[in-house]
Ligand binder design. Structure first.
Ligand SMILES: [Zn+2]
Length: 59
């Protein structure tokens, strides 16, 4: 599966494992995705990218 930069990156809350689509942050003519500031479900501010989370879970 190839990486598609047009799709938002997804982040996993390390507190309750909820998945959030990253929010787009425009920085000049480039944009990138950022994790939410806070989990709406459990209030945690710790997120890991979904790819990293999957790798850690299957290790
Ligand atoms: Zn959470």
């Amino acid at each position: 599966m190839s990486h598609t930069p047009d799709l938002p990156e997804e982040y996993v809350c390390t507190g309750c494992h909820a998945i959030y689509a990253g929010t787009v942050s425009n920085d000049g003519d480039t944009h990138r995705f950022e994790a939410p500031d806070e989990c709406a479900a459990c209030g945690s501010t710790a997120f890991v990218p979904l790819e990293q989370y999957v790798h850690e879970a299957s290790a």
